[in-house]
Design a protein around this ligand. Sequence first.
Ligand code: ATP
Ligand code: MG
Length: 222
Amino acid sequence: MILLADVHKVYRAGEVAVSALAGVSLTVAPGEFVAVIGPSGCGKSTLLNLVAGLDRPTRGTILVDGVDLTRSADGALSRLRRERIGIVFQFYNLLPHLTARENVALPLLLNGTPIPEIASRVGEELETVELLPRADHFPHELSGGEMQRVAIARALAPRPALLLADEPTGNLDSERGGAVLALLRRLNRARAFTVLLATHSAEAAAVADRVVRLRDGRLEAD
Ligand SMILES: Nc1ncnc2c1ncn2[C@@H]1O[C@H](COP(=O)(O)OP(=O)(O)OP(=O)(O)O)[C@@H](O)[C@H]1O
Ligand SMILES: [Mg+2]
């Protein structure tokens, strides 16, 4: 599902160059649940952003679901993201003026899902994350754990082959974080999508099939 070969990422801010990834090679099989761990600044978010096609590597090759990201135009990367990749962030990134239901519907509208199908898909996804009773709530009317579950429903509604999650429990207490992790694990098994999850948390790493450790932009352990 994912192949990285000797991936480097150098950020330039004025005169300063930061080497965020320095030669990372990694493969992730379809259906695997992989946790990426390591200290703050080690390159976890950089790695996820590159795999999402949100940013491009300075050097190296990245394949996702058979698509060579380093040789694809921006339009093709957007399409891949819309159709094959779901993304979950630490701070949920829900649109504040849309209800839970509308937030989940949005990616389906954007990817051209037929309108009559959207309502049933949204209902199903909200049911899966046990938030149907909150469907018409706005984000500010939801708890952190509920917002993250809406974000998961939104990410999974287009039935992606790959879910990328950057510190999805970083803003939740351990009980709510544990519930979110258990949900991701259950859905990963039930629907067989691949998960790449960046985290500081030992609990998050414990639910994974496999843990890779980054240090100073390099893979230290797998
Ligand atoms: N847009 C950017 N411009 C310049 N430097 C950046 C940029 N984004 C990240 N960096 C630097 O790249 C390095 C890796 O950052 P990254 O966000 O990938 O770390 P991380 O492992 O996700 O950290 P955290 O656990 O704190 O989220 C850091 O030194 C960071 O300061
Ligand atoms: Mg990060």
